[in-house]
Design a protein around this ligand. Structure first.
Ligand SMILES: [Fe+2]
Length: 181
């Protein structure tokens, strides 16, 4: 179930708030410029569906989003325990960073945590099937789908260069781990 957990950035042990209500999650994230919504309606394509089928299924949602945000392209990413170089891939996302464009993901299958660091708070957003999240340009964050990831997600890009991270060099991601080690 989609969950938002908020912490003071110096206190990983005790959340200050937790909610699983999608409307509540969206309203806590909206002031940060983070878009959180659920794209429900279409029959969810099977895990094995090819990228074209997945993109076609969500085309009306993508067209609307792209019209509103000026994003220009979308693709389908898959990560599972058989993905080559999994450990290095996880490490790449699991360190606080920013991007020069919004990071927009829609979860078709599986789940993962987008963890945002805004002012003195940590916002751990566990996204699950049919969740869309948009992390604004310049917002410090990291992502973790755990040691045994299961993610089929749409990625929506504004720029052409794909995923480029500017690492901040903090160790916050190690202190706020979403999965047991
Ligand atoms: Fe990112």
């Amino acid at each position: 179930m989609s969950t938002l957990t908020i912490y003071q950035d110096t206190v990983p042990e005790t959340p200050v708030l937790q909610t699983q209500d999608p409307a509540d999650i969206a309203s806590h994230l909206r002031p940060l410029g983070v878009r959180f919504e659920r794209w429900q309606g279409p029959e969810i394509p099977p895990r094995s569906a090819d990228a074209e089928t997945v993109l076609a299924t969500y085309r009306p949602f993508l067209d609307k989003l792209m019209g509103e945000t000026g994003a220009g392209s979308a693709d389908v990413m898959r990560v599972d325990p058989a993905t080559p170089g999994l450990e290095a891939l996880r490490a790449k996302f699991l360190s606080e960073h920013t991007h020069s464009e919004d990071e927009v993901r829609f979860f078709v299958h599986g789940s993962g945590h987008f963890i945002l660091h805004v002012a003195d708070k940590i916002y751990d957003v566990e996204c699950t099937q049919t969740d869309l999240i948009s992390v604004p340009e310049g917002t410090k964050h990291w992502f973790d789908a755990g040691p045994e990831p299961d993610v089929v997600a749409l990625r929506i890009f504004t720029h052409k260069e794909g995923w480029v991270a500017n690492y901040t060099g903090t160790d916050l991601a190690n202190r706020f781990m979403a999965y047991d080690q």
